[in-house]
Design a protein around this ligand. Structure first.
Ligand code: CP
Ligand code: NVA
Length: 300
């Protein structure tokens, strides 16, 4: 039987997404140290890019569930010396129970999944970051209840996080207002698939009007470091600050996947202010991914 993968949020149905969110909340609120459904199981984590949250949350999640996780860097494996992805996927999956992969090209994750005999999880690609959306949506549900029919505002780069927000809007049925500088919009295929749920605005202020949740991300993602100066100019009017939060609903939340650059995409006043839920959001990576691991690995 083909394993179930999580390369994109669209690998889930709307119902499964809600199920995972509710299960994550349950696992967070009622931790039972004797519940070890993954006893003896191993998660291989291949990181071709840096990580704090993703690595620690998967390692801790596996430990909570009685299993373990192995950190693999391309520098120290044959992957970094050009061993074909297909061969690597077959070999690694013959020895472990699940594989998490953080890499540049989205196709690397989908190719790995095609050739893996165990579930493959996307731990971030240049195109998508679905694990982060599990945590973000869990956080919204915890603070405000179901997000269906609400308005989320994305300000900044039309990047991997923005693409996964578009997928979340499709699955959970919320409106997504986007304000990006010209030339930095999300890819057309993502926008077209979402239809009327996604709307574009010329200014950050217009996009933020009546928002229930305001979200942003760094102006230069991993791998774009040399564009930092250029991007600082292009994105200067796309910062979430007090004026933007004032245009949103009074009870609007602020989220950021982290790491953040205070004074660039968000002011310190907002990210460290009362509407910000960034630390609950970060912690929820652990709970949401435990729900995901259970979903992918435990026999129903
Ligand atoms: N948000 C996120 O994925 O953080 P890390 O890069 O630290 O894993
Ligand atoms: N867009 C960011 C997200 C980091 C978690 C990046 O890809 O670097």
């Amino acid at each position: 039987m083909n394993p179930r993968h999580f390369t994109s949020l669209l690998d889930l149905s709307s119902e499964e997404f809600r199920l995972l969110i509710n299960r994550a909340i349950e696992l967070k609120n009622h931790r039972d140290p004797d519940y070890q459904p993954l006893k003896g199981q191993l998660l291989a984590m291949i990181f071709e890019k840096s990580s704090t949250r993703t690595r620690i949350s998967f390692e801790t999640g596996m430990a909570h569930f009685g299993g373990s996780a192995s950190f693999l860097s391309p520098r120290d494996t044959q992957l970094g010396r050009g061993e074909p992805l297909q061969d690597s996927a077959k070999v690694i999956s013959s020895m472990v129970d699940c594989i998490m992969l953080r890499t540049d090209k989205h196709e690397t994750v989908t190719t790995f999944a095609q050739h893996s005999s165990v579930p493959v999880i996307n731990g971030l690609t240049d195109q998508q970051h679905p694990c982060q959306l599990l945590a973000d949506m869990q956080t919204y549900f915890e603070y405000r209840g179901d997000i269906k029919g609400k308005t989320v505002t994305w300000i900044g780069d039309g990047n991997n996080m923005c693409h996964s927000y578009i997928h979340a809007a499709m699955l959970l049925d919320f409106n997504l207002n986007i304000a990006c500088p010209p030339g930095y919009c999300p890819q057309q295929e993502f926008v077209e698939a979402a239809g009327e749920r996604v709307r574009f605005f010329n200014t950050a202020l217009d996009a933020a009007k009546n928002a229930d949740l305001c979200v942003t991300d760094v102006w230069a993602s991993m791998g774009q470091e040399e564009e930092q100066k250029l991007r600082e100019i292009a994105f200067k009017d796309y910062q979430i600050n007090a004026e933007i939060m004032n245009a949103a609903h009074n009870d609007a939340l602020f989220m950021h996947c982290l790491p953040a650059h205070r004074g660039e995409e968000v002011t310190a006043e907002v990210i460290d202010g009362t509407q910000s839920v960034i630390f609950a959001e970060a912690e929820n990576r652990l709970h949401a991914q435990k729900a995901l691991l259970e979903f992918l690995l435990c026999k129903k």
